[in-house]
Design a protein around this ligand. Structure first.
Ligand SMILES: [Cu+2]
Length: 159
């Protein structure tokens, strides 16, 4: 009974927290959406970029860890987890990811399956099709507590 009560209390908090992260543009502006651009259109051309998650000697990271993209370009990220641990790929601005990382310290079990974010079990694969409609610097990062700190960030420059 106690557990059920707690879950009932936490669910709305998690839900609103997730929405806040997905829509950093603020209340009442639902299409403000994502900081790094927008979900891609599969009917338009795209470039495939394979991203591998890995752990070696206590270091964690992505290959590649740097990407340069032309503004307006669509990228299909084909993401594979080559490590022994669960990892995630969260595409956003550094600012949004740092905010989200704070939230995940409170809710480390948070799962992501969004247009800009996936959680991957070891050996799992996933894809994200993304249109980089904004110039600037963005990133993909794993916000499981400790992972970003161990090296799990890839930098994206959109020119
Ligand atoms: Cu990770």
């Amino acid at each position: 009974m106690k557990i059920l009560k707690l879950a009932a209390m936490l669910l709305p908090i998690l839900f609103s927290a997730g929405l806040a992260v997905a829509a950093p543009g603020g209340a009442g502006h639902s299409h403000a959406g994502f900081s790094a651009g927008e979900p891609g259109n599969p009917k338009k051309p795209f470039r495939v970029v394979e991203v591998r998650m890995h752990e070696d000697d206590g270091k964690m990271g992505y290959t590649p860890e740097n990407l340069t993209i032309k503004r307006g370009e669509q990228i299909k990220f084909v993401i594979s987890n080559g490590g022994e641990l669960k990892h995630e790929f969260i595409l956003a601005s550094e600012k949004d990811n740092l905010k989200h990382a704070e939230l995940m310290k409170k809710y480390p079990e948070m799962e992501h399956d969004d247009p800009n974010a996936k959680s991957l079990e070891p050996k799992a694969k996933s894809e994200i099709l993304w249109r980089f409609s904004k110039r600037g610097t963005f990133e993909y990062s794993c916000l499981i507590p400790g992972h970003r700190e161990a090296g799990m960030t890839g930098k994206i420059t959109v020119k």
